[in-house]
Design a protein around this ligand. Sequence first.
Ligand code: HEM
Length: 401
Amino acid sequence: MTTMHANLLNQFLDYAHRADPYPILARMREHPVDVQDDGRYLVSTYAEIRACLQDPRFSSDLRKGYSKTDQRIDEEEAPPSFIRLDPPKHDWLRHQVMTHFSPELIHGLRPRIEEVAGALLDAHKQQAQLDIVDDFAYPLPVTIICEVLGVPGEDVALFHTWADQLILGADPSKSTNQEIVQQAKSARVQLRHYMGKLIDRVQQAPGPGLLSAMLHPATQEKQMTKEDLVGIAVLLLIAGHVTTVNLIANSMLTLLRSPEHFARLRREPSIVAKLVEEVLRYEPPVQLVRRTTLTEVPLAGVTIPKGAPVYLMLAAGNRDPLRFDDPERFDPERPAIEHLGFAQGIHYCVGAPLARLETQIALTALARRLQDPRLVEDPPPYRESPTLRGPRHLLVTLHHR
Ligand code: HEM
């Protein structure tokens, strides 16, 4: 039976496999749906993951599951943000955000993103070495999401530690580490407190930014509660940069490993959109998403019981040979790839257009400005998180002309 298999999820979560989780993900795919010896279910093939993402019997509200130890503690003291809610509340809150976080708004950010990207590279142009993560890929999306929300620039540094603590606390392999869990809890409390105060200020004096627009909507529909708005602000702030940093860094790592693609990007900047899509398939910054079953669900010959913790392994589905030809090959010329990098279904990433734009601009600027960059260390040191996976540092040496 399925329980005979090694606990592949624990192996995947183990930091030792962070730099190259793909052999483990390939083993997971041998059983499209599989149960681990601790009762967690894995779904690892493209068709089955997609089916789960579109099936309302798979809930994003983990409080509805039976596995208490598997729940994120940080979700206990405050109502979850809409990424962790089901319809109808999810749909209503998501709609409120989408109304303001519009394609026009994103499109209009292009000049500012280009300006910030250029300024970051200018600031380091005399150096012989650049850390693509700390010097560029992290500050770029943080600066932009703070400006979009209307968070004062001088507060940006505050979020760095809170975001790191939150991510570590959400790591499924750390759920029994009390110190990490407590730190994440306290980071969330502080972030909510900060956003609450900011929202009070914006309530008094409307200003630029999304929060102000949401507080003072042009058409007065049903008003959002302050608690809902705090949840949205925290979600957008965190989701708005801890993922994009990894997309930029994973992209650069991939390009540095196959310099022919980097050279092509310099010659032919219009290839950038295809490159980014292929990185979202090949090295997705969000490797898995979690669900719980609202009822018993038979899938691919396995009956998942009600209330089970379910891990949808997006990164495994993205390399499923039944869906993609020669999936272990990085190939930006794949037609209409429909990767799972931003998930699918009702929780499809709200920030996908922004993340795409930021990463496309970032890669174009790096290709234009960096002369013959060379990786200092391969593999680079990785972040702890198995879920939000990417290099912690990405050092390159530069040659100035
Ligand atoms: C490369 C960057 C990004 C990646 C790979 C990514 C990936 C994802 C994924 C996989 C989900 C689905 C979660 C689930 O189904 O449980 C998601 C949801 C979400 N993302 Fe992103 N994301 C990125 C950037 C952003 C940005 C820049 C923002 C906001 C500014 C954002 C905001 C959100 C929100 C609000 C949701 C929840 C949507 C919902 O529940 O309806 N993301 N993202």
